[in-house]
Write a protein that binds this ligand. Structure first.
Ligand code: ARG
Length: 457
């Protein structure tokens, strides 16, 4: 076993289990590309300010290019003895180019190095996640457009409430994902700041140019305070909170897809490629993908709590606790990225069954509010109208009919204000068309919302 990079001060090596316990290479190896990017910018800056020779910079650039090729080809062997991705790469570089490799860490610490790596990683992840959100929004709008007129029951308390169009229902999720994309973009502004230059915690005695490094790496700004730069992970917590909200939104949609696909609803079918069967029940087609999205939401919510808990007791500045930020963060990114990719495709494979939706909305007295509104327009106070309609619903319910199936005589028994124009408002189409204002479910409004949505993606 070779000695650790910091072994000079120690009289005995760590035991095998402590080595495994303290190492992060089993998971942080995936920061390698970002670590190399950060090192190249740091080296270029050291040369720029006269701390590193041109020859050393050239060697570092050549060595890093070779390492990058090896790492991308999967030919690099990560060593537990080197503890983490930073020390692995530095050691491999030094093995290739000698002393220039040992000069790379001048004016830098793994503390500002790792904070930089995570920010670069997260910036890249956010960009992919925003693309994924856009793809899901596009799928939602496409499906909404095909169903701008398709009537379905709108529910409150999972009881039939009022008719809505399926397109309108889908656009509700479009709005949630639009806010999620905004949250991600907003979070990115705080992620995209440069910690390098903070060194271990106090800054460094070299004449560094932090703005030069920020420009090289595409950071919008430099972290203002060195202690804060190395120790806070609030940007990662904030990202995970935004990710948990995306998952929560998709989990709600998943719950609906699952319900709608149940024969009790029978509103939709999912393409076979998103479902699996049962090893015992030959007839089964189960909505596994939405169920897993719902399940994996718990996992991401858990990561948010893990990161918050990780942070709460840490004194300034860097503590090794922060090494524990990576697995929750990586898993959040992976879970969310995969979920969005699958979801965008799954939505294109939804088959809608308009007859079942219409039959369901016919069962719930969904136009009762329309009858009350009809009476209000004839001068009846709303509370009295509510009472009249409630009694009409009870009568219809006890004879197994819809409100529209009651005769005019029967209806007039509840209110003399009812005339034969009432049937126009009792139909589903009449109810939909009446909700004709910005944000309402009238098909004409849904189409306008779809046109606006397309411009917003
Ligand atoms: N692997 C460490 C992490 O993930 C890098 C920073 C270690 N710094 C230190 N002084 N031990 O946080």
């Amino acid at each position: 076993t070779p000695p650790a990079a910091w072994s000079g001060r120690f009289s005995e090596p760590v035991s095998e289990i402590v080595k495994r316990y303290t190492a992060s290479i089993p998971f942080d190896y995936r920061l390698a590309e970002f670590d190399i990017q950060g090192s190249l910018a740091h080296a270029a800056m050291l040369h720029h300010v006269g701390v590193l020779s041109k020859e050393d910079l050239d060697s570092i650039q050549r060595g890093m290019a070779e390492l990058l090729t090896e790492i991308r080809a999967g030919g690099f062997s990560w060593s537990l003895d080197k503890e983490d991705v930073h020390l692995n790469i530095e050691a491999a570089l030094t093995a290739k180019i000698g002393d220039a490799g040992k000069r790379l860490h001048t004016g830098r610490s793994r503390n500002d190095q790792v904070a930089t790596d995570i920010r670069l990683f997260l910036r890249d992840a956010i960009d992919r996640i925003v693309d994924g959100l856009r793809a899901c929004q596009t799928s939602l709008v496409d499906l909404a457009e095909a169903h701008a007129d398709t009537v379905m029951p709108g529910f409150t308390h999972l009881q039939v409430a009022q008719p809505v169009t399926f397109g309108h229902h889908l656009l509700a999720y479009f709005e949630m994902l639009a806010r999620d994309a905004e949250r991600m973009a907003d979070c990115r502004r705080r992620v995209n700041r440069l910690p390098l230059g903070a060194a271990a915690l106090a800054g460094t005695s070299y004449p560094i140019d932090r703005q030069f490094v920020a420009d090289q790496l595409g950071f919008d700004a430099v972290c203002e305070n060195s202690l804060d730069a190395v120790s806070d992970r609030d940007f990662a917590i904030e990202f995970t909170a935004a990710a948990a909200l995306v998952m929560t939104h998709l989990s709600r949609l998943s719950e609906e897809l699952i319900l709608w696909m149940s024969p009790r609803f029978g509103f939709i079918d999912l393409a076979d490629r998103f479902c699996t069967g049962s090893s015992i029940m030959p007839q089964k087609k189960n909505p596994d993908v939405p169920e897993l999205v719902r399940g994996k939401t718990g996992r991401v919510n858990g990561h948010l709590v893990a990161l918050l808990t990780l942070m709460k007791g840490q004194p300034l500045a860097y503590n090794k606790d922060n090494q524990e930020d990576k697995e929750p963060l990586f898993d959040t990114v992976d879970t969310l990225t995969d979920t969005l990719t699958i979801y965008a495709d799954m939505l294109t494979g939804v088959t809608v069954k308009p007859d079942a939706m219409r039959a369901a909305v016919m069962q719930g007295f969904a136009t009762a509010t329309d009858l009350a509104d009809y009476l209000v327009k004839k001068g009846v106070p709303f509370r009295d109208a509510h009472e009249v309609v409630a009694r009409a619903v009870r009568a219809a319910d006890s004879s197994g009919r819809d409100l529209a199936e009651l005769s005019l005589d029967e209806l007039q028994a509840f209110s003399t204000m009812i005339a034969d124009d009432v049937y126009a408002v009792l139909t589903l189409e009449g109810s939909l068309a009446a909700r004709n204002h910005f944000g309402g479910t009238a098909p004409v409004q849904v189409r306008a919302a779809i046109a606006r949505a397309r411009r917003r993606i």
